[in-house]
Design a protein around this ligand. Structure first.
Ligand code: ADP
Ligand code: MG
Length: 583
């Protein structure tokens, strides 16, 4: 074929393909236009999962009749005038492509009335062919109706997913924008049913409740962070609330939803060791930066950005999240179902409760003149490395059921799971050692461990990591290995068991990072090595464990994310004993 210029129509379809990939992309572009137009109300109505019709109506500035024809031309925008402006973008749009692109792959009509104008106008475009401008009566604002999307691009149609998937994409997208713009009232209808409605009163937690339900919204922790020129706000889930994938993690830069792997990594690192393996938090984080610090012109769909100083943003996210977790992540509070009236069985608590009563003669907790309970720490700016997780000084009361320690703090009673606590202590001690020199303990007699062929090959590949962890292990021919020394921390622990734990972990993970791998191995070893539930501890052992726990950075959860302690606050105790209001 000789070189020839593509027809206008083909060229514009190709260009449209970059921006408009699926129905949700249309919704995204139209929403962004409505937001840029300063709307306070946006209504989205979808039929046939967006393929039949997408209707977005707003009460924004509208488009003056004289500019309407231009608005649908490619590279026509009111948001940018020169390339220098690219680094000072304060709007979501700037490429002047969306309306032209949508118009070239659908039947579109725009009805609009500018605030200053007494009459409205309507313009239709079909497959890129612009119709004539009509004068119509219309409310202030803009309504764009997009019908039979991709009617002239059958190849695209074939790539659309099942209706349910396309519909979900739209739901997710609109929810994200609703969260990002709590001061805008959003209403989303799919096939005539309202699926999302927000009030536009500016309260982001209310939007969160509209999107995810009240219960989840109430549990989410608030993030507030400001340092240098980075501001981060939003919500993250506490360590007790997780998902099996990353889909409910979203980031916004200056009001723009973006996909960015490094931000995800920063978030996950902040949760490091606080979540169980394979679990992910829920998060919606809004990052604000001076526009010149972000390049938004990286991707036609504007879903990716580049940062001028990625480290600043990255560490900002990490610290913001870490702080929120430390400041707000409370020791689980027992909700107060009044046990003494209903007699209803509170399975685990009722038991602990009775037993705790024995060892508590000296507890001053019930006195009216007891100092008011300590206010929870709020998000005071703190610098990494992190301070301790804020355990108050605890006084040991005793051990219960050979499984829990009972301790008293200024703000009530703590029940501490001795196994989880010991796991946490060992974990932090061991991880601390890994960063310095590791101490290894030679075995008096080397131990030979026999593995199956697969495990054996895995282990062989990982011998350098083992050495780093303090294991001296050599291949011994066949599928057996000699263990000559083990980490000092594991003294007394069965070397063969320790080795098997490691192998299991290699088997579970495809391509772990060294640091994560270490943390996980250590967590698993510590789990095995930690004192078991059911073991009676001497008074000295109890005291030592409590002190060690107080010294931990994250004393509230075990390395697998389970709670180490339950807190019965003075307030709760008062309510339980019917003393509330006596003060
Ligand atoms: P961009 O948003 O990148 O400028 P678009 O093709 O999406 O490009 O829109 C072109 C122009 O049309 C915008 O710059 C804006 O002036 C106008 N416009 C589009 N949608 C709306 C709307 N809902 N309200 C007011 N003006 C709009
Ligand atoms: Mg736009």
């Amino acid at each position: 074929m000789p070189i020839h210029l593509l027809s206008e129509e083909t060229a514009s379809q190709i260009a449209a393909g970059e921006v408009i990939e699926r129905p949700a992309s249309v919704v995204k572009e139209l929403l962004e236009n409505s937001i840029d137009a300063g709307s306070s109300r946006i209504k989205i109505s979808i039929h046939g999962a967006g393929q039949q019709s997408i209707d977005v109506a707003d009460n924004g500035t509208g488009i003056p009749t004289s500019e309407l024809l231009l608005a649908v031309a490619r590279h026509a925008t009111s948001k940018l005038s020169s390339a220098e402006d690219l680094f000072n973008i304060r709007t979501l749009g700037f490429r002047g492509e969306a309306l032209a692109s949508i118009g070239s792959v659908s039947r579109m009509s725009i009805t609009t009335r500018a605030h200053s104008s007494s009459t409205g106008a309507r313009l239709r475009i079909e497959g890129g062919k612009t119709g004539i401008l009509e004068a119509v009566g219309a409310p202030e604002g803009t309504e764009v109706l997009v019908e039979t999307l991709f009617f002239n691009v059958p190849a695209r149609l074939k790539f659309l997913k099942r209706e349910i998937t396309e519909r979900q994409q739209i739901d997710t997208l609109v929810s994200r924008y609703a969260l990002a713009y709590p001061a805008i009232q959003f209403r989303l209808e799919q096939e005539g049913k309202v699926v999302l409605q927000t009030s536009g009163n500016g309260n982001r937690r209310e939007v969160l409740a509209a999107v995810n339900g009240v219960e989840l919204a109430n549990q989410m922790l608030e993030v507030i962070f400001e340092e240098e020129n980075v501001r981060i706000s939003g919500f993250i889930s506490p360590t007790s609330l997780t998902r099996s994938n990353r889909r409910e993690i979203s980031f916004f830069i200056n009001g723009r939803w973006v996909q960015d792997i490094s931000l995800n990594t920063a978030l996950l690192q902040a949760y490091h060791t606080l979540l169980m393996v394979g679990r992910y938090p829920i998060a919606a984080l809004f990052i604000e930066l001076p526009p010149e610090m972000v390049d938004v012109n990286v991707h036609p769909a504007k879903a990716e950005v580049r940062f001028r100083q990625p480290d600043v943003v990255f560490s900002g996210v990490q610290r913001a999240v870490r702080r929120a977790l430390l400041a707000y992540s409370p020791v689980p509070q027992v909700a107060p179902p009044p046990m003494w009236t209903s007699g209803s069985e509170e399975p685990h608590l009722a038991l602990d409760w009775e037993m705790a009563a024995d060892g508590r003669e000296a507890s001053p907790g019930m006195d009216e003149d007891f100092p008011p309970s300590r206010a929870p720490e709020t998000g005071q700016p703190q610098n990494l490395p992190l301070p301790s997780g804020g355990l108050p000084l605890l006084r040991l009361v005793g051990q219960v059921g050979a499984t829990y320690l009972v301790a008293e703090g200024p703000d009530g009673l703590y029940l501490i799971d001795q196994h989880a606590a010991h796991e946490r202590v060992l974990f932090e001690r061991y991880m601390g050692q890994l960063n310095r020199t590791l101490t290894s303990q030679a075995l008096l007699e080397p131990v030979v461990v026999q593995l199956n062929p697969q495990s054996s090959r895995l282990l062989e590949d990982q011998l350098p990591i083992l050495a780093h962890l303090g294991f001296q292990v050599e291949a011994f021919g066949g599928n057996s290995f000699v263990v000559r020394s083990i980490p000092a921390l594991l003294t007394g622990f069965n070397p063969a068991d320790a080795l098997r734990v490691l192998v299991e972990d290699f088997e579970e993970d495809e391509t772990p990072l060294l640091k994560q791998m270490e943390a996980r191995l250590v967590a698993r070893i510590c789990k095995r090595a930690a004192v078991k539930a059911g073991k009676v501890l001497s008074a000295d052992e109890q005291k030592a464990l409590l002190q060690d726990l107080e010294a931990c950075q994250s004393p509230r959860t075990c390395p697998h994310g389970r709670p180490v302690m339950i807190h019965l606050s003075v307030d709760l105790l008062e309510r339980q004993f019917g003393r509330r209001g006596a003060r």
